[in-house]
Design a protein around this ligand. Structure first.
Ligand SMILES: [Zn+2]
Ligand SMILES: [Zn+2]
Length: 491
């Protein structure tokens, strides 16, 4: 297959006007060569550093000589500006000089993707240029005996269709809809056709949660879990479950790319991650976005008919999503400075403590949260606080789930992925910018997730209503309304 990398990358990175130099790639493999299928499988659809190919060092050169592998410069220069061949970074502040021991010169490296190993001026990125590796067609890959709800089923059918027809699809599913199950038949269809599938998500926690579930339901499939620190980078994986960062290492690899939580940080805010996801798909491939809170860009693409979509407005347990209460609580910052919890908030917490209802209280910033923590601990000694850099983050969430702590103060880090029976949630300073419509909808989505406890209180304490707060309430009411109209909730 002849690939014009120059035009490929022009397409992917056109908005940054960067062009990569792939002129060194020889794409005319000699037919007489007995190539290594291991290397073929490992390197097909990837662009890797020499250091990442350690098991193949001995045979790499002969494959290059015979045209089965090739390389291009890790960094190229255009108009005096460095461009990283792996992540597409061309921001000059993200390149740094260092004394390089490999080439004994002063080298420049890309800081943007340094967590995946250093790409410097003397690095080469290696790629497969021979015939592409073909994954096997699996007859019956799916071993799952669960059933889909009515709403899940229609989304599942559309996802299967997107895979069959190499189309794009947005699955807009409320928190608690059971979106993972929606993917099972689509992935099954892809594997039956010998396709390679990637399920990518911005957050490592989600990768770690999804991998065991997919290993259980696709027991014969080679599944590679890729995230920073994963030891499965050597696996080719017909099904790759990966953080969006790890997509930097792929190039035209996937027939089906599924992006879960497409609206989550850092994917939503990082152009290069979006470019990497685009670079990782084959030209003819399908892409499925999965989210409870699509960005306005995705929504407008749907409106303009540029993107197919399917909405799942109801939770799996067929109860409506709790609608948040908006409660004015004055200047909470002033209260905290005076070492007081605003009375309405204090009342909210006392009620949860008296009735042993586990709770999360979301703060707009770590600093305010830590200043306020001692005040909350006066109400109950065991109330703790968590944030993104907290090494005990997971243990604290487990303690809450097990009832060892009554409640946690948290930043938006826990707005996603937490499912605790009977949980209730409050936001402090809901008017702050960090609490976007999407963040607030996700926070409300933590409550009432279990069929045994399908309801619960969500309160946004504020010092003035914002458009985001009102939009979040409208969003949830609209979903509940649609769910009622379609007969997807029981009341
Ligand atoms: Zn880079
Ligand atoms: Zn060097």
């Amino acid at each position: 297959m002849e690939v014009n990398y120059l035009s490929l990358f022009k397409r992917f990175f056109s908005s940054q006007d960067t062009i990569f130099d792939y002129s060194s790639l020889n794409r005319n493999p000699l037919s007489s060569f007995d190539f290594s299928t291991n290397l073929q499988q490992f390197l097909s659809g990837r662009a890797l550093l020499f250091e990442e190919l350690s098991e193949f060092h001995e045979i790499l050169e002969e494959h290059i000589v015979h045209g089965y592998a090739g390389w291009f410069q890790g960094l190229s220069v255009k108009n005096g500006q460095y461009i990283c061949g792996r992540c597409g970074n061309c921001d000059k502040h993200l390149f740094t000089e260092f004394p390089c021991s490999r080439c004994s010169h002063s080298c420049v490296y890309c800081r943007k993707c340094i967590m995946m190993g250093r790409v410097s001026s003397c690095s080469k990125l290696f790629t497969w240029t021979g015939p592409t590796f073909q994954f096997s067609r699996q007859l019956n890959p799916l071993a799952w005996e669960g059933t889909l709800s009515e709403a899940q089923n229609s989304a599942s059918q559309q996802a299967v269709e997107a895979v069959e027809q190499n189309k794009e699809l947005l699955v807009w599913a409320v928190c608690g809809a059971g979106k993972t199950e929606i993917l099972f038949h689509a992935v099954e269809k892809a594997l039956q056709n010998g396709k390679r599938v990637c399920l990518a998500t911005p957050r490592t926690d989600v990768v770690l949660e999804l991998v065991p579930r997919f290993r259980t339901v696709f027991p014969q499939t080679e599944i590679a879990a890729l995230y920073g620190g994963s030891d499965e980078r050597h696996l080719a994986g017909q099904l790759v479950i990966s953080t969006t960062h790890q997509l930097f290492r792929f190039q035209e690899a996937f027939d089906v790319l599924i992006i879960d939580e497409v609206d989550a940080f850092p994917y939503s805010a990082d152009y290069s991650l979006q470019a990497a996801s685009q670079k990782s798909r084959k030209k003819i491939s399908s892409r499925i976005f999965l989210t409870a809170t699509p960005s306005s860009l995705l929504k407008s693409q749907v409106k303009r008919g540029k993107l197919n979509s399917v909405i799942i407005p109801a939770r799996f347990h067929r109860k409506p999503i709790p609608v948040p209460q908006l409660v004015w609580s004055g200047s909470w910052e002033k209260s905290f400075r005076k070492k007081k919890i605003p009375p309405k908030m204090q009342h909210w917490i006392s009620f949860r403590l008296q009735n042993s209802i586990p709770f999360l209280i979301f703060f707009p910033a770590i600093k305010t949260m830590e200043q306020a923590l001692p005040l909350f601990q006066k109400l109950h000694n065991d109330i703790a606080a968590v944030h993104a850099e907290d090494p005990d983050r997971k243990e604290k969430v487990v303690s809450l789930r097990e009832g060892k702590v009554p409640g946690l103060l948290t930043t938006t880090i826990l707005e996603r992925g937490v499912t605790i029976p009977r949980l209730e949630a409050a936001v402090i300073g809901a008017e702050e910018l960090i609490f976007t419509e999407s963040a607030l909808v996700q926070i409300a989505g933590r409550v009432g997730r279990k069929a045994d406890f399908p309801t619960g209180d969500v309160t946004f304490f504020h010092y003035g209503k914002t458009e985001s707060m009102l939009s979040a309430v409208r969003h949830i009411k609209m979903m509940n309304k649609q769910a009622r109209e379609k007969g997807l909730v029981d009341e």
